[in-house]
Design a protein around this ligand. Structure first.
Ligand code: 13P
Length: 256
């Protein structure tokens, strides 16, 4: 069994009004707000970050954002910064999600600036990497993941790397119901671990949690989470209902 504590993070994406978010977080806190076997993070949209954060106060569940700008402040209409997130007690931030890469044109270089800004502000980046279906079919999966990982982590030092979480999210498995097989997922996770060893050395690489994301749900989670290098999940659809999200936390707690 790995010494890494499992992490289950809910990415609510562009879902939930503040009222809906309040209802969901209340149910999550009631069910898993005191458990300590698994790290749990919820990432609501910006409009309910602060209220969800208040609802999490006193619980073991952490608050994460879905994105941020690399600059601390300034003329960046529509953006929010790392210091703003810290001021409302966010601990994590999802960076480089494939939806932002695809719809907002985010490059590895831009994602890297955000990673460095997050670390500078004591926020833990959840850096997302993953290939499209066309890239997988062309046999380019590992190359794509390597480019995104090395690009995203440029300039990160050995001391900082333990604060980073990597999420492997094959784009073809996101929101499609097509989950990667355990072999497909573990192969890429082990490859990522190997890259981390090369970049930061074995002891530090062994501390980094590598999450799987893409149609993870309570029925397929036990097998995925039992893999040597799969240290948790970044959950989209199944994080939008308390029952399935809580069940995922329970599954993660039970994996040996
Ligand atoms: P789904 O769980 O809905 O496939 O989304 C995964 C994801 O993109 C999490 O960031």
């Amino acid at each position: 069994m790995s010494s890494r504590k499992k992490l289950i993070a809910g990415n609510w994406k562009m879902n939930k009004t503040s009222a809906d978010a309040a209802a969901l977080v209340t149910d999550i806190v009631a069910a898993v707000g005191r458990q300590a076997d698994v790290d749990v993070v919820v990432c609501p949209p910006f409009t309910s970050l602060e209220s969800v954060g208040k609802a999490l106060d006193g619980s073991t569940v952490n608050l994460g954002a879905q994105n941020m700008h690399p600059e601390a402040s300034g003329a960046y209409t529509g953006e929010i910064s790392a210091p703003m997130l810290r001021a409302i007690f966010a601990t994590h931030v999802i960076l480089g999600h494939s939806e932002r890469r695809a719809y907002c044109g985010e490059t590895d270089a831009f994602v890297n600036k955000k990673v460095l800004a997050a670390l500078k502000n004591q926020l833990k980046p959840i850096l997302c990497v993953g290939e499209t279906l066309a890239e997988r079919e062309a046999g380019a999966t590992l190359k794509v993941v390597q480019t995104q990982l090395e690009g995203g982590l440029e300039g990160v030092n050995k001391e900082q790397v333990a604060s980073i979480v990597i999420a492997y999210e094959p784009v073809w498995a996101i929101g499609t119901g097509k989950v990667a097989t355990t072999e497909q997922a573990q192969e890429v996770h082990a490859f990522i671990r190997g890259l981390l060893v090369k970049l930061f050395g074995e002891p530090m690489a062994q501390k980094v949690r590598i999450l799987y994301g893409g149609s993870m749900k309570p029925s397929n989670a036990p097998e995925l989470l039992a893999q040597k290098d799969i240290d948790g999940g970044l959950i989209g659809g199944a994080s939008l209902e308390a029952r399935s999200f809580v069940e995922l936390v329970t599954v993660a707690a039970a994996v040996k």
